[in-house]
Write a protein that binds this ligand. Sequence first.
Ligand SMILES: [Zn+2]
Length: 308
Amino acid sequence: MNLWFEDGTIILKAQNTIFKVYKGPLVQHSPVFRDMLMLPQPETEQVASGPATVTLFDPVADVSSLLHALMPRNIVRLSGTYDTSWNDACACLRMAHKYQMDQLLDESLRSLRRFYPDTYKLFQDRRSTTPQNSARAISVVNLARLVEAPSLLPMAIVECCTLGSEIVNGYKRPDLTEEHLSLSDMGLCFQAKDKLIEARIRGFHQLFESKVRRGCTAPDADNAYFDRLYFDLTDGNVPGLYTPNVWDSFSGYMSARIPWVCDSCKQAFVAEDVAQQKRIFEQLPALVGVAVPGWGTPPSPRWRPCRK
Ligand SMILES: [Zn+2]
């Protein structure tokens, strides 16, 4: 969407970019913009023949995301919702917090929940299991702290734990702003990583308990296959067990390495694998060391905007 409306009523300048947009939505949603745009401001450049120009001291990408969310769109849609990108959701959350836009803040959190779910239902439907850049979780941890939305933290911390030593490099946003975890969150990740590895190993051992495959139709052959898979992973011949990647399914290893096992074993193994992941998800706040009231239940009024 082109953020230059010929009949716009305000010109916003951010870094070296200008946008000609409408005051109305900004004023309606934000008391900060209401004060900034409705009251005469000394720094506002009033041009006799056109709308005033107001300079915003925000990254242009954040301003653009905000305006995309608020300004009229060139398409009309009566069903479904707009698909918000991760970048837009984060940018809108930052801007909503700064400019006190309660509705946009709730909407941004709702979008981010699809990437960093706090209910098992959303976890199953989550947008991406393998993000292109896990370092972006650093940004989400910082945002969750900023707006006091702890429900985003468990999944974001798990993603941070998969970064390894890269965690110290921080995250470079598309606008090249660099973000780092606070030292206390860095410490939290060190501790969480150990707990996640423990939980993964515990779940793995339960997966291989004999009761899981009690319906096996070819026990002699399948027991040997599953023993091989078990020892390959525990001996480290096949890497993947001793990691904090708790969402890396063991069913995938079964399909790849012992595809010949009976259907009953396959189904039982997959079902138990899913059950183990569900158990880890349910315990996640405790595993990563954050308190999340209402974890696992749909959002409630606990998401109140933070005012500092
Ligand atoms: Zn079997």
